[in-house]
Design a binder for this molecule. Sequence first.
Ligand code: HEC
Length: 147
Amino acid sequence: MKSKKLFFLIALLIAGLYLVGCGKKEGAKTGEMKMIEVPATYADKHMPQGGWTDEKVIAAGKELYDGKKNIDVNCAACHGLNGIPVLTGTRDLRDASRVNMWSDSYWYWRVAEGVPDTAMTGWKEKLSEEEIWQVIAYARTFSQKGK
Ligand code: HEC
C-alpha cells in the first residue's frame, strides 16, 4: 500500500516537472495554442486608431514586408510574399485560428523583439514604431482574406 502511494507521488512529480519544462518553451513548434503573456513594457501597445483597415497603412506595410522600403527588412524572405511561408518553421501568418488570438500588444511585442532561439529576430532597431504597426497591419491581412 505504502509503495503504491510512493509510486503515485513520484509519477505526479515527473508529470509536474514535465509540465514546467514544456512551459519554458516558446510554444510555436509544439503547436501549443495557449497565449504567452506579453511583457509589461509592451502590454499597453495598441494599433493606432483605424490602422488595421487603413489602406494607406496597409500599403506602407506591404512595402516594408516585401523588402522594398528597407533592404534590411524583408519579412517575405521567410514568411513569403502573400504570407505563403518559404522557410521551414516559419509561422504561417495565414493561419487565422492562431492569428486571431493575437492582441495588438502581442503582435507588436513579437515583431519588435522576435521569438528567442528562432530565426525570427526582433525588428525594433530597424523599424520605427509607426513602421512596426504598418508591417503588422499588412501581415494580418493574410489571415483575413474574404473578410
Ligand atoms: C529570417 C526569417 C524571418 C524573417 C526575415 C522574419 N521572420 Fe517572422 N518568424 C520567423 C520564424 C522562423 C518564426 C517562428 C518562430 C517560432 O518558432 O515561434 C516567425 C514568427 C513570426 C511571428 C509569430 C510570432 C509568434 O508568436 O508566433 C510574427 C508575427 C512574425 N514572425 C512577423 C514577422 C514580420 C512582421 C517580419 C518582418 C518585419 C518577420 N516576421 C521577419 C522567421 C522570420
